[in-house]
Design a protein around this ligand. Sequence first.
Ligand SMILES: NC(=O)c1ccc[n+]([C@@H]2O[C@H](COP(=O)([O-])OP(=O)(O)OC[C@H]3O[C@@H](n4cnc5c(N)ncnc54)[C@H](O)[C@@H]3O)[C@@H](O)[C@H]2O)c1
Length: 237
Amino acid sequence: MTTEKRQALVTGGAKGIGRGVVHDLLEHGWQVAAMDVDGTALDALGEAPELTRITGDVADEGAVKAAVARLDWLDLLVSNAGIAGPENGPVEDLSLDEWNRRIATNLTGSFLMAKHCVPKLRAAQGSIVVVTSTRAFMSEPHTEAYAASKGGLTALTHALAVSLGPAIRVNAVAPGWIVTGDPGELRPEDHAQHPAGRAGTPADIAEAVRYLADAGFVTGQTITVDGGMTVKMIYEE
Ligand SMILES: NC(=O)c1ccc[n+]([C@@H]2O[C@H](COP(=O)([O-])OP(=O)(O)OC[C@H]3O[C@@H](n4cnc5c(N)ncnc54)[C@H](O)[C@@H]3O)[C@@H](O)[C@H]2O)c1
């Protein structure tokens, strides 16, 4: 099928960062399919003729296959779905089930999405943008499963880039603190500790996603979008 519009599939597109990416791509002339486990939140995305809603779990291969089959063509996969809260409690109390649940959604989900999107992306000479986290590189205590899943995504990104190039470019965005709830809940010092002077917004990540979608000489990279927090040296006095 030929179309003038490029099409993106955004996982975890119903809320938070994914929702911001969906609206940003729609505003910039893309056709967008938003996939999410939360069908109610998908319904609340608002009306847009270029928007397709797909309820499905990225960790379920059958659901992933069915979701991708609904699309006639695909130019961009934004692999964003994740269990966003990083805390898993003390590692000695972390159950294998809870570890597996986080790895399944955050890491295996991106593998499954890439696997099933490859034929359509290859036909379109498209690209993949994975949403990881600065927690792939640094940690707070009691976040092993989340950190490992995001570190795995950084490695998955460069491995896919080498396997799938030159037809498909694969990059990642590593967000820092992105405010997806009520901005009023942040204290002035929450913003001020960032070298950029503020915490991030979904629009900051959407901008990076759009840059990577068109950055023809960039592949295998993870771009950090964190207001400078990962380059700030902190020694407590
Ligand atoms: N908000 C931040 O500060 C921040 C920082 C770094 C990285 N991230 C990453 O950004 C991504 C989005 O985070 P967010 O803050 O917008 O979280 P969020 O919870 O607001 O949104 C995540 C979305 O993913 C969906 N989802 C969860 N599990 C799913 C599954 N198995 N299949 C399909 N959809 C599923 C949820 O329903 C939700 O709509 C996550 O991968 C998260 O790890 C967020």
